[in-house]
Design a protein around this ligand. Structure first.
Ligand code: 2M8
Length: 406
C-alpha cells in the first residue's frame, strides 16, 4: 500500500513525498504510516539507493517513464534524506496518542502496530543503508557533505541554484515534447521551461549510459546536507529507543560529522552557505529558502545571526511567508514552481524555530486555498496540482500537534 502525491500530475510513488505522507498517516493510523515507509523501502536498490520514483503500476500519464530511465521498476536517482526524520515524527505521533513521553515497542503495540520491534529495526537498517549510499555516491570530493546528481534528486526541481550547472549540460538534440505536465496545471508558466526539461532528460540519459552512476552533474547542496544531518540524528535517537546502541552511536557520529563538514560550504564574504559545483569548483550564494536550512542544525552563532536576519529581510512579511526565493531577489518569480512559490513542506521544516508563524501561515493558506501543491507567496493563490499529498499530510501533522500543544 502506498500513496501517490497527486492522481493527475504524479501517478507513481515518490520517495520524499512518501516520507511526508507517512507523517500525515501517523496522525490517524501509525501502522499505516509504517506501511507507507515499508512500501517505499521495498524499492531500495542493493547499493542502498532509494529511487526517487517507484513505477508500481505502469501508467502513460507521466513522463519520463521507465523506458526513458532504462529501468522497469524505478527511476535511477534518489531524493533528499528525510526518512530518519520522518520515522521519528511518525513515532512521536504514537507517543502523543497514548500520552507517553518516550517511544518504544510497547507504545507502538498500544496504538495497534503489529511486530513493532522487528519492523522498526528493519526500517532503521534500511535507512542506515540509504545514508551509506548518499555518503558514498553523492560526495565526489570527499567533503562529507551531500551533492546532487540531478535537480530532481533535490526535490527542488527548477530551483535557481541549478541554473548554472544545468547550462553546462549538452542538450543538443534532446527532445522534451513528450512532457505530460504542462497541460495539467492552470498555466504552463507554473512548470519548468522546455529548456530545463531538456537538461533533466539529458542527465537521465547520461546516468543511464553510465550504468546508473552519478553522471555529469554534481553540485554540493547545503539543504541536502542539512537534511542528511537531521536524518542521521533522528536515526540515532530512534536506534537508542529500540535498543540498537551500536547503530545509535554510529548515526550520532555521522550526524556530527556532516554538521561540522557543512561549515566548508560557509562563505565569509557572501555570509552564506553556498552551492559548490564539484566539477568546476565554482561556489555561489543563492537567495533561496533552501540556504536557510542550516539554521535547523547547531551552527556557529555568527552564521545563525546572519541567517535569522535574512529571514526577516527576505522571507517574512509577504502574504504567504517562506517563499522559496527571497522576495528581494531579481530571480523571485511568484508563479513558477521552485523559483518563488511557497511550498508547505519547506515551510513545515521551520516549525522547530518559528512554530507560531509556520502554524498560522500553513493553516491559513490551506483554509483559504485548499491543499494545493504550491502557492503564490504574494496573493496566496493555489498553484500546480490540487489535492496534493504532502500539503494535506503536513497540515494534519500541524493540527495534531497544535491540539496536543507539543
Ligand atoms: C516534483 O518533481 C517531479 C520530478 O521528480 C516532477 O516535476 O515531475 C517535485 O516537486 C518533487 O519535489 C516532488 O517529489 C514530485 C512529486 O510530488 O514532484
Amino acid at each position: 500500500m502506498y500513496t501517490v502525491p497527486s492522481n493527475r500530475l504524479y501517478p507513481y510513488q515518490w520517495a520524499w513525498d512518501s516520507a511526508f505522507l507517512a507523517i500525515g498517516w501517523a496522525t490517524v493510523n501509525v501502522d499505516r504510516a509504517l506501511v507507507e515507509l515499508e512500501s517505499l523501502f521495498e524499492g531500495q536498490w542493493e547499493d542502498g539507493r532509494i529511487p526517487h520514483i517507484l513505477f508500481r503500476e505502469r501508467v502513460d500519464s507521466y513522463y519520463p517513464g521507465p523506458d526513458v530511465w532504462g529501468c522497469e521498476r524505478s527511476s535511477t536517482i534518489t531524493n533528499p534524506a528525510v526518512f530518519g526524520l520522518a520515522l521519528e515524527r511518525v513515532l512521536e505521533h504514537a507517543a502523543l496518542r497514548v500520552g507517553a513521553t518516550s517511544v518504544d515497542a510497547k507504545v507502538l503495540a498500544e496504538v495497534g502496530v503489529t511486530r513493532p520491534q522487528e519492523r522498526i529495526v528493519s526500517l532503521l537498517r534500511r535507512i542506515e543503508h540509504f545514508h551509506g549510499f548518499v555518503r558514498r555516491s553523492r560526495d565526489p570530493l570527499g567533503l562529507h557533505c551531500v551533492s546532487c546528481a540531478h535537480p530532481w534528486e533535490s526535490g527542488r526541481d527548477n530551483c535557481i541554484a541549478w541554473d548554472e550547472a544545468l547550462r553546462e549540460v549538452d542538450i543538443d538534440g534532446v527532445d522534451a515534447s513528450g512532457r505530460r505536465d504542462k497541460d495539467k496545471v492552470d498555466d504552463p508558466r507554473q512548470r519548468p521551461t522546455d529548456e530545463a526539461y531538456r537538461g533533466y532528460l539529458a542527465l537521465v540519459a547520461a546516468i543511464r549510459e553510465s550504468n546508473f552512476g552519478p553522471g555529469p552533474f554534481a553540485v554540493y547542496d547545503p539543504f541536502l546536507s542539512t537534511l542528511l544531518a537531521l536524518s542521521e540524528a533522528s536515526l540515532g535517537r530512534i536506534a537508542s529507543w529500540f535498543g540498537e546502541d551500536a547503530m545509535a552511536d554510529r548515526a550520532r557520529e555521522r550526524a556530527e560529522e556532516v554538521t561540522s563538514a557543512l561549515q566548508q560550504l560557509w562563505d565569509d564574504e557572501a555570509e552564506a552557505y553556498v552551492w559548490k559545483n564539484a566539477r568546476t569548483g565554482a561556489k555561489k550564494a543563492q537567495p533561496i529558502l533552501a540556504a536557510q536550512f542550516p539554521l535547523l542544525l547547531e551552527i556557529p552563532r555568527s552564521a545563525r545571526n546572519v541567517l535569522e536576519e535574512r529571514f526577516q529581510a527576505g522571507f517574512f512579511g509577504v502574504a504567504g511567508d517562506f517563499p522559496t526565493v527571497s522576495r528581494n531577489s531579481e530571480s523571485f518569480d511568484p508563479l513558477c514552481y521552485w523559483r518563488g512559490p511557497q511550498w508547505i513542506n519547506m515551510t513545515w521544516f521551520f516549525r522547530p524555530l518559528y512554530r507560531e508563524r509556520v502554524d498560522e501561515n500553513v493553516l491559513k493558506l490551506v483554509a483559504e486555498h485548499g491543499f494545493a501543491e504550491y502557492f503564490n507567496p504574494v496573493s496566496g493563490a493555489p498553484l500546480g496540482a490540487r489535492a496534493f499529498g504532502w500539503s494535506a499530510a503536513l497540515t494534519l501533522d500541524i493540527l495534531a500537534r497544535t491540539a496536543d500543544s507539543p
